[in-house]
Design a protein around this ligand. Structure first.
Ligand code: S3P
Length: 168
């Protein structure tokens, strides 16, 4: 059975950057569920939100997560921030043999890292207020699915990568 590491957490928590580096270090494939959504939908994340609506985006997201978890090779999966909103997705994560790691970060860091990110239409407008709200709503959901929480506050990118590798 392939070894799978799933990174969950808010937009801007570093899932993609950390995931790529961990995958390179371990020689695993890197899978970003947003990329799978774009491939499935044939348009950008923002276009899916704007043309088809958030519900359609969430449907693509659920299929992308299932596809990523069904990988036949060892992989690091960056699961888009909203993947935990669906009870089915949470069950899928909990029931899978993957190691699920929550990259937790404070709102100021999330705000800084998500500035100018076109694939995050939910953050149009007051990103900091929105991130505060989403973080409050989702903390319990990340807790529910994660095997471990990594508090990234004060850690360098390389520190976070080392923590993830150590937990795998
Ligand atoms: C979202 C997170 C984004 C992207 C979309 C919605 C969310 O992915 O899927 O903008 O609801 O948290 P990242 O977590 O990779 O930024």
């Amino acid at each position: 059975m392939p070894r799978v590491v799933v990174l969950v957490g808010m937009m801007g928590s570093g899932k993609t950057t950390v995931g790529r580096r961990v995958a390179a270090k371990l020689g695993y494939k890197f899978i970003d569920t947003d990329d799978l959504v774009v491939a499935r939908a044939g348009k950008s994340v923002r276009e899916v939100f704007e043309h088809d609506g958030e519900a359609m985006f969430r449907a693509h997201e659920a299929q992308a997560l299932a596809e990523a978890l069904a990988t036949s090779v060892d992989a690091v999966v960056a699961a888009a921030g909203g993947s935990v909103l669906s009870a089915e997705n949470r069950m899928l994560l909990r029931n899978s043999s993957a190691v699920v790691l929550w990259l937790d970060a404070d709102v100021p860091s999330l705000t800084e890292r998500t500035a100018r990110s076109p694939h995050r239409p939910l953050l149009d407008g007051d990103a900091s207020a929105r991130l505060t709200q989403l973080d409050t709503e989702r903390r319990g959901l990340y807790t529910e699915v994660a095997d471990e929480r990594i508090d990234t506050a004060g850690l360098s990118l390389e520190d976070v990568v080392q923590r993830v590798v150590a937990l795998v």
